[in-house]
Design a protein around this ligand. Structure first.
Ligand code: GLY
Length: 378
């Protein structure tokens, strides 16, 4: 029997499993197809500043703390796995296409400056000096030197290898439910009839986390937020990430090594609708091409739809839930890849019985549970 079961072998679940195993905890990860969920579609932006939104200052602090862990996290994983994670530190450029977009960008950068974040306004000419593939029609730009990117599929492969090397067991099976006995989570039931038991169970099922049979109603307030995203191949057009406002719509372009470019993403409250729609592909490609005309020459190699795990405050759920024995590593919404190092560190700490301090303490796993729900399971 393992000390800890981790439900979900995406970037979050594996980061937790790996860090917990490094502490000597016996960990089993359960997933029927690891790395095919949100981790597979993620663009890999490490963008605490560009993703910063009004009222989300605690999330910005959390994201910045995780970004600070990234260089060492990547170096350790690359060394352990032999994978190249494609960490890009060329920064991020925010650009506004028309006058209204430029005004919106000005408001965003005023907010960045208010928070003391590193964001410098650039003229359109200076934007093009940095990224010559940009259209000359831009109206405004902001350079965010500290926002980077990584290749999420390579990150996932490296985490799988590192977790295995640290002694994590991987059970490939479909999870049917949480086993709850005497008001306590005791493990996982698989759809093939197997039952796996552990002292602590970590829920890292992304957008599905709140729907696992056995999870008490309301204990894991995670909803699916659909994102459609494209992968293209061809001439390398950009050195770093470009995020644009084009006639009020957001689009981002993230370059990878081997001449790949990711263009994303829609944000849709449509439940688990997995369709890639013609309209979304049209919007993304039109907006991306307006900003970087060379995109029209690239080969469209993948169109994907997946679901971000959204929470009521857009922040993750990290640590004990209201159900004893159930620990959460979910709800990362738009920041799953960025928050992976911190999630691994913090949840492994929790599993080892250590207190959580710093920015993660604002994102406790049970912060949305009512006191009644807590009492019921106490
Ligand atoms: N972090 C990018 C997205 O969620 O689309």
């Amino acid at each position: 029997m393992s000390d800890v079961l981790v439900a979900g072998g995406g970037v979050a679940g594996l980061s937790v499993a790996w860090r917990a195993a490094q502490r000597g905890i016996a960990v089993t990860v359960v997933d029927d197809a690891p790395g095919t969920g949100a981790s597979y579609a993620a663009a890999g932006m490490l963008a605490p500043v560009a993703e910063a939104a009004y009222g989300e200052e605690p999330l910005v602090a959390l994201s910045r703390a995780s970004l600070a862990l990234y260089p060492a996290f990547v170096a350790e994983l690359e060394q352990l796995s032999g994978e190249h994670l494609g960490l890009r530190t060329a920064g991020t450029l925010l650009v506004g296409f028309d006058e209204d977009d430029a005004r919106a960008l000005e408001r965003t950068s005023a907010f960045h400056l208010e928070l003391g974040l590193d964001a410098a306004r650039l003229t359109p000419r200076a934007c093009r000096a940095q990224e010559p593939s940009l259209t000359p029609r831009l109206r405004a730009g902001v350079r965010i030197s500290g926002d980077h990117s990584v290749e999420p599929r390579a990150l996932h492969a490296a985490l799988l290898a590192a977790a295995a090397a640290a002694g994590v067991d991987l059970v490939r099976g479909r999870i049917g439910g949480l086993v709850v006995e005497g008001g306590r989570a005791c493990g996982l039931r698989l759809t093939d009839g197997r039952e796996l038991r552990a002292e602590q169970t970590v829920l890292a099922l992304g957008a599905w986390s709140g729907r696992l049979p056995g999870v008490p109603a309301g204990a894991v307030p995670v909803r699916p937020v659909k994102g459609q995203i494209l992968r293209l191949r061809g001439e390398a057009l950009l050195a770093g990430t470009v995020r644009a406002l084009v006639r009020g719509r957001s689009v981002y372009l993230v370059p990878y090594d081997q001449d790949r470019l990711v263009v994303g993403a829609t944000v849709e409250e449509l439940g688990f609708d997995g369709r890639v729609t013609a309209g979304a592909v049209l919007d993304l490609l039109r907006d991306a091409t307006e900003v970087v005309p060379g995109v029209s020459e690239l080969e469209l190699v993948e169109t994907l739809a997946r679901w971000r795990p959204g929470t009521p405050d857009n922040g993750p759920l990290l640590g004990p839930s209201s159900l004893p024995g159930l620990v959460l590593a979910t709800g990362h919404y738009r920041n799953g890849v960025l928050l992976a190092p911190l999630t691994g560190q913090v949840v492994a700490q929790v599993l080892a019985g250590e207190p959580v301090s710093g920015p993660a303490s604002a994102f406790a796993g049970d912060r949305f549970s009512t006191s009644t729900a807590r009492e019921v399971h106490a």
